[in-house]
Design a protein. Sequence first.
Length: 197
Amino acid sequence: MRGGTSNDPEKRANSHANLVPAPPAPPGNQRRLTHGTWAAIRRERLDLETREIFDMLAEVVPVRGADGGLSPADFIAVEQLAKALIRQERAHAETLAHGTEITTGPNKGNLRGVAQYEERLDARVQAWTDRLGLNPSARVKLGLQLAQTRKTLEEEAAEVARSDPWAGVVIDQADAVSGAENASQTPSTEERPSATA
């Protein structure tokens, strides 16, 4: 039989003796890893890197849960942002090391696949940060900037009231005076023009 396995059992045994599987790669082998941006993130590495980034993001996300921590509704979004940041870092390291353009062959001058992927990751990270309110314009869109300012002013007023018991009295008297002035300036219902007139 030409090009195939011999029908002779002895010859077949000899030819199959060379077909011994290679020993498995040692743990942590990355011989075929080129840049790692498309690779699935290993569970051990995901846990370590993602947990660090996740914890950092969870502290700065402006929308808080009832317990003051990260809202359970934002858990997946923060985890996705952490993964995207890890992949973005890998893609950026690859483009720094090897450039963004193809340097040989018929596609010379075109963006390398990893550079295109890095651009998509940049957009994905921007989208997640907008959704989570992690930049000033996103916080304004979510209405958090004004709420945060008000909360800070209320905390400051409470701190002043705790440290100076007379501060609350002065503020209350000032409120009462300004309230009386506003009441005297507000026209009565008889003086107000009607909406139908």
